[in-house]
Design a protein around this ligand. Structure first.
Ligand SMILES: [Zn+2]
Length: 133
């Protein structure tokens, strides 16, 4: 399972909302929620990034409350300029997470190559083969 791909589909979801082509179904159509939510919200890249579960600390919360308090419609979508601004914030945040995950992948790839070569070069530990008298 590729978490970066999942987050990229989340960027695509918010782009469709910004374009007015789609609405936000929350947990039901959030790509990472569909995989990580399951009432516990464990392992979601958004939660890992913010350090908080259930999208707390992300722009989803202002979007959610604006939808509830101002529009109070079943379908969460772009109804006014403020909606557009909040949806754009969320889309940009998803991009930020994708970028940070890609950066981490690059660092991991770099350091795993480094670890491998250092293991090969490392001499056998002197104490490990010597018998104790
Ligand atoms: Zn609005």
């Amino acid at each position: 399972m590729n978490k970066i791909k999942i987050m990229e589909s989340s960027v695509a979801k918010w782009n469709r909302i910004i374009e007015g082509k789609s609405s936000d179904g929350g947990v039901l159509d959030c790509p990472p929620c569909r995989i990580f939510y399951m009432l516990l919200c464990i392992g979601c890249p958004i939660a890992n990034y913010t350090g908080k579960k259930f999208c707390k600390g992300s722009p989803y919360i202002p979007w959610y409350w604006h939808q509830n308090n101002v529009h109070a419609k079943i379908r969460k979508k772009v109804y006014c300029p403020e909606c557009l601004r909040l949806a754009t914030d969320m889309r940009d945040f998803m991009i930020e997470i994708v970028e940070s995950m890609k950066e981490k992948e690059r660092e991991k790839a770099k350091s795993s190559r480094k670890n491998k070569s250092s293991v090969e070069e490392e001499p056998v530990e002197a104490g490990s083969t010597r018998k104790k008298n």
